[in-house]
Design a protein around this ligand. Structure first.
Ligand code: ZN
Length: 201
């Protein structure tokens, strides 16, 4: 199989392999996203594919560092207010996503996994607020070792975060501002105004 969001994840493992991974205390990378409209040129599952690939990429990076890990099957039923008006954009009630995510984390914890990293790829503010609340509850009330890397583009202020929450992995502020790339060269006669490989033709 070459085209599957289950490829390389726990869903393609046997239960004995999952038991062994838990016994070894391997970290779990948990991709979560939604299925939603992405314009006329992309499939609905774009976010889910990206979340899956984020975890697979992290798994490869950890392996290079000598740290094996496992990837959970993607969770793609979630809060999606941003594009829910389009056909094909699934959304669920906030409590539904919270309950499913919390129960999935509880399962991983019950099997013996002590470190779960939730990697989200969908920027809906209501969704991210719910993810933070769910991770906070799982960590503080259920004793689950779950962590949510907060993407830099998400920001902390809107979610009411301080950055000191133990269940959040917040990218520290950059000590130096990133250099601004030079503006691209312009070609006045080209409708896009860009000079690229195609424009040279
Ligand atoms: Zn999205």
């Amino acid at each position: 199989m070459t085209y599957s969001i289950f490829a390389g994840t726990m869903a393609d493992m046997t239960y004995q392999q999952v038991e062994e991974a838990a016994a070894q205390q391997l970290p779990v990378l948990f991709p979560i996203a939604v299925i939603e409209e992405h314009g006329p040129h992309l499939p609905l599952a774009t976010d889910t594919y990206i979340a899956h690939q984020m975890c697979m990429s992290a798994k490869r990076g950890l392996a290079v560092l000598g740290q094996p890990s496992v990837v959970a099957p993607p969770l793609y039923w979630g809060i999606n207010r941003a594009t829910s008006g389009f056909a094909g954009s699934f959304t669920v009630r906030p409590q539904t996503m919270i309950d499913v995510l919390l129960d999935a984390l509880a399962c991983l914890n019950a099997w013996g996994f002590a470190h779960v990293f939730v990697l989200n790829f969908h920027g809906d503010p209501a969704r991210n607020t719910a993810i933070v609340a769910t991770v906070k509850r799982a960590y503080e009330e259920w004793g689950i070792g779950v962590f949510f890397p907060v993407p830099p583009w998400l920001g902390r202020e809107g979610l009411g975060l301080t950055g000191d929450e133990p269940y959040l992995l917040v990218e520290p502020p950059s000590p130096q501002p990133r250099p601004t790339p030079p503006p691209p060269a312009r070609f006045p006669g080209h409708p896009c105004g860009w000079v690229g490989d195609e424009a040279d033709a």
